[in-house]
Design a protein around this ligand. Structure first.
Ligand code: PMT
Length: 218
């Protein structure tokens, strides 16, 4: 294999926690820092890929990749889908909010004298939608779990029609949200699971990409 096995190939990577607005000054989000996705973007770049990083993170933009900053799940979906057709690999490292406020106030909401309710409606599942539409694309999803990691990860592999699910147990001290390290298990259809011991997100990112290349016979 060449040193640049992804030369001339387009790789789309999502990163960070989406932001779902309640009003102009308030929002719903999660603890994803974007580190895992940004490290994947750098490693894919170093393997020669034309990388598109669709990021909801405030981290510095990596050098040598095309960055598309987004906020909400729907913006993330639009930014990914515009390059979907000719992408070779798509990696969903982002933590996408499953719900958004149904009504987004265009002025700051005022304090009420009683309890208030925020009604949430479902966001599109970006990975599952791509799973239905894919032709040649190799789809990699993540699974952030706190228990029954294998059960939930293999379920996501099937349900979202992904080619690989990278599961991280986010209850562990050295893994998951906002850490510089991670520990993951890679699940693929009809293959033994691969456990990658605790390492920097940079090295974990490299492992994930090399495993995908091996499975794609690139
Ligand atoms: O960003 P860091 O601080 O470095 O942390 C990394 C991470 C823990 C966020 C990352 O490694 C990770 O696990 N990301 C996925 C978290 C997650 O939202 O998992 P999930 O089980 O909710 O979703 C499963 C998969 O479907 C994910 O690939 C997700 O991007 C995708 N998804 C989920 C919901 C949705 N509406 N659309 C999606 O595409």
């Amino acid at each position: 294999a060449s040193d640049l096995p992804l030369k001339g190939k387009k790789v789309i990577i999502s990163a960070g926690g989406t932001i779902e607005r309640i009003d102009p000054v308030r929002y719903i989000t999660n603890d994803s820092s974007g580190k895992m996705g940004h490290r994947l973007a750098e490693q894919a770049r170093d393997l020669g890929a034309d990388v598109i990083l669709v990021t909801a993170s405030k981290l510095e933009h990596p050098f040598g990749v095309t960055v598309r900053p987004v906020s909400s799940a729907r913006e993330m979906q639009a930014a990914i889908m515009s390059d979907f057709d000719d992408a070779t690999i798509i990696i969903m490292a982002a933590a996408v909010s499953d719900y958004r406020p149904k009504n987004q106030a265009d002025k700051k909401m005022k304090k009420a004298s009683q309890d208030i309710q925020i009604l949430l409606e479902e966001n599109p599942d970006i990975l599952a939608t791509m799973g239905q539409q894919k032709t040649h694309q190799f789809l990699i999803g993540f699974a952030a779990e706190t228990n029954d990691v294998e059960k939930y990860a293999t379920d996501k592999l099937k349900r979202k029609n992904a080619d690989m699910i990278v599961a991280n147990d986010v209850s562990k001290e050295h893994a998951g949200f906002n850490k510089d390290t991670n520990e993951v298990i890679i699940f693929q259809p009809n293959k033994e699971a691969i456990h990658i011991e605790t390492d920097t997100k940079e090295n974990i990112a490299k492992h994930i990409l090399l495993e995908a290349l091996y499975s794609m016979k690139l």
